[in-house]
Design a protein around this ligand. Structure first.
Ligand SMILES: *Cc1c(COP(=O)(O)O)cnc(C)c1O
Length: 427
């Protein structure tokens, strides 16, 4: 655009200085519009992000930063990625018009069925992308952290698919409350390492995985499970998950005649399913974006994981973001009934979307979430994951008009949560 305006300037013999100035303004403007919600070359989303890594992790991160875009933008990578998404994951996932739920709320509600993916959640979109990347980087060993066990299963699955050694770090408390997923990972051939430090949950597992990576920089790739951690992970994971919103656009156009919905709702732990569901709508500012965090027992009770509601800026897991901490900068232990949202931080993209007001963030309590689980189960015959039900619970907190098109990203299936459901509902 810059060059073009200059040429036009000469031909038409306008005031040269003024036109260059205007075209520069326009250049920055168009650049800003495109880049406003994307990571910059330094790895920042506005004030958040970056790579706040110890010296010893520099080599690992530099290699990834230097090569990730060239690899994932290559035709060869794209072909392999898309083929596996289609034939192995089972994409595209349906966009389902939930008629009885819509009737209940008096507004049109669509569900993006990530629960129907192989392994039961959106997590496989990312691990497929990262295992292909690891292979292109020549890595022969994979490490991962996991909370609910869903990311661990998704990682162990792609390692089995490609015949690559896999070590999964998991908080000891999560190991005990997610036994079926632990057994699945082992059956898939992964080593599951219980982590006994801290709260024995996801944060502690992540610390342990980072320690492992520092000690094994040559042969190991670390598959992070959400849009968190040092640059380039938040951007890389968001790109892999963005297939969700790319499909949504096409499906909405086919089903409603308009590729833009009124609003999109997604639950937010680290924020990867929400990032994927928002991605291709970020610049369409008419589309309302709503992230839903885990309020736990209530945002004022101290037993919560609602990072954006109670958090303040700080650095966690090598990224500057919003996090739950006390006045000394000590991390506050998060709480949620759903292990997948039990994280004291949030991806830097969401901290930025929150700060700029591009997305709105609500919080749903355990009790509200369990009510929504039962509602979806009995209105639509779909048992959602506890995490995904946070997005559903937000429908009770917003104003909707009858003609609104609401899309809920149904991030995962309730299979892994059956024990919790049976205990709570008493069937
Ligand atoms: C892991 C998980 C989440 C939370 O992770 P995000 O990165 O915030 O998407 C949400 N839903 C399900 C089903 C999960 O397994």
């Amino acid at each position: 655009m810059y060059k073009l305006s200059m040429r036009v300037t000469w031909v038409k013999n306008y005031n040269f200085d003024l036109c260059v100035y205007l075209s520069e303004l326009q250049y920055f403007k168009s650049n800003n519009i495109r880049m406003k919600f994307q990571v910059n070359e330094k790895g920042y989303y506005g004030d958040f992000g970056g790579a706040w890594i110890p010296e010893m992790m520099y080599t690992n991160i530099e290699e990834l930063k230097r090569r990730y875009l060239e690899i994932i933008e290559s035709v060869e990578f794209k072909n392999e990625f898309e083929q596996l998404l289609k034939d192995y994951v089972g994409r595209p996932s349906p966009l389902y018009f939930a008629a009885r739920l819509s009737e209940h709320y008096g507004s049109k509600i669509f569900l993006k069925r990530e629960d129907l993916n192989h392994t039961g959640s959106h997590k496989l979109n990312n691990t497929i992308g990262q295992i292909l990347l690891a292979q292109k980087l020549g890595k022969t060993r994979i490490i991962a952290e996991t909370g609910a066990g869903q990311h661990g299963v998704a990682t162990a699955t792609v390692c089995a698919l490609k015949g690559i050694k896999c070590v999964v770090y998991m908080g000891a408390l999560d190991v005990s409350r997610q036994a079926p997923n632990v057994k699945k990972m082992k059956m898939l051939g992964a080593d599951v390492v219980p982590v006994h430090s801290g709260n024995k949950t996801l944060k502690d597992a992540t610390n342990e995985a980072m320690r492992d990576w520092i000690n094994n920089p040559e042969d190991t790739h670390y598959i992070i499970g959400s849009v968190v951690g040092p640059h380039p992970y938040p951007d890389m994971v968001a790109r892999f998950q963005s297939v969700i919103s790319a499909e949504m656009k096409k499906q909405l156009r086919a089903q409603t005649g308009n590729e833009l919905p009124t609003r999109i709702l997604a639950c937010v732990g680290g924020g990867s399913n929400a990032a994927g569901a928002f991605y291709h709508f970020l610049d369409d500012e008419k589309v309302e974006l709503i992230g839903v965090e885990a309020a736990g027992k209530g945002v004022d009770t101290g037993e919560t994981a609602a990072t954006l509601t109670v958090g303040t800026p700080g650095v966690l897991h090598a990224s500057k973001t919003m996090l739950m901490q006390n006045s000394d900068g000590q991390i506050t232990e998060p709480y949620s009934i759903s292990a997948g949202l039990d994280y004291p931080g949030i991806g830097p993209l969401h901290a930025h979307l929150h700060k700029t007001g591009r997305a709105k963030y609500l919080a749903a309590t355990d009790e509200e979430v369990l009510k929504s689980v039962l509602l979806l189960t009995q209105k639509e015959g779909i048992i959602p994951a506890l995490e995904s039900a946070h997005a559903l619970a937000a429908l009770d907190k917003i104003k909707m008009n009858p003609d609104d098109v609401n899309v809920i990203n149904l991030s995962g299936s309730g299979n892994k949560d059956m024990e919790t459901y049976l205990n709570y509902f008493g069937y």
